[in-house]
Design a protein around this ligand. Structure first.
Ligand code: NAD
Length: 255
């Protein structure tokens, strides 16, 4: 039986886990999934933000640092919807890129999603239903200068998502990436100074010269626009959508 309409997902009785749910896109996903009826585990390294969002969605807060591989063992395994969202940026030329930052970004944005899939898939397979949604980026499909760790991590996440799609299909589990362009979140707001320095421009020029330079739609994406796609992917109407990468990028990848 199909639950929900063609446009919305009915996730009542489902359990979702969203990483990096204390802020930005992750917060919007937690809200959207809770509105669809899911019980939401809010995972973030920032305890105050995790508690605030868990309160807002009547869910559960988990304060963990996903850079620690052992931290995943403390998270619930009985999860029907896993949203791998936690991420961070570091902007620097490749020849000066700190190796420990490179490893840290890969740990949070590739290894932690792998460990969480590995942890949650047995439950999804047992119930013959599951949704893996990986918040990739336009940088999972395209490169930009000064983002060696981020671009390579997001490209790796794309590959991981496709493997999960192929393995999960026989078990009723889909796996997809969502690929936003620049979204109005603290992650982007925090890049302005580093982008200005790396590109040799004034901070006031970063929005037009860097963030919006390659998009046809000349505005930042809102977190709720990304969450709407995530929620749709979790519905039964999207059960044939798997192994896909869905740009929410204002036309960046069309050019
Ligand atoms: P954000 O900075 O607003 O939120 C990220 C959250 O992840 C924060 O609450 C932070 O505490 C948490 N987090 C970071 N490292 C963590 C760790 N080690 N352990 C646990 N939690 C951790 O960022 P956002 O813009 O909402 O980004 C969310 C995701 O969307 C990221 O994967 C990012 O790469 C992706 N994305 C963002 C944009 C954008 O323009 N904002 C564009 C494309 C993709």
């Amino acid at each position: 039986m199909t639950r929900g309409s063609a446009h919305t997902a009915d996730l009542s009785g489902r359990v979702a886990l969203v990483t990096g749910a204390g802020s930005g896109i992750g917060r919007a996903c937690a809200v959207a999934l809770a509105e669809a009826g899911a019980t939401v585990h809010v995972v973030d390294r920032d305890g105050d933000r995790a508690a605030e969002v868990a309160g807002a969605v009547a869910g559960w807060a988990h304060v963990v640092d996903l850079a620690d591989p052992g931290a995943v063992d403390a998270l619930p395994a009985e999860v029907d919807v896993l949203v791998n969202n936690a991420g961070l940026q570091h902007v620097a030329p490749l020849h000066e890129f700190p190796p420990e930052r490179f490893a840290h970004l890969h740990q949070v944005m590739v290894t932690a999603p792998f460990l969480l899939m590995r942890r949650c898939l047995p439950h999804m397979y047992a119930r013959r239903w599951g949704r893996l949604v990986n918040i990739s980026s336009v940088h999972g499909l395209r490169a930009s200068p000064f983002k060696a760790a981020y671009v390579s991590a997001k490209h790796a996440l794309e590959g991981l998502s496709k493997v999960a799609a192929l393995e999960g299909a026989a078990h009723g589990v889909t796996s997809n990436c969502v690929n936003p362009g620049y979204v109005r979140t603290p992650l982007v707001e925090g890049q302005v100074a580093a982008q200005a320095e790396a590109h040799g421009i004034a901070p006031e020029g970063v929005l037009d010269a860097v963030f919006l330079q390659r998009t046809a739609v000349k505005r930042l994406v809102e977190p709720e626009e990304v969450a709407t796609i995530v929620r749709w992917l979790c519905g039964d109407a999207a059960s044939s959508v798997t192994g896909a990468s869905l740009p929410v990028d204002g036309g960046w990848t069309a050019a």
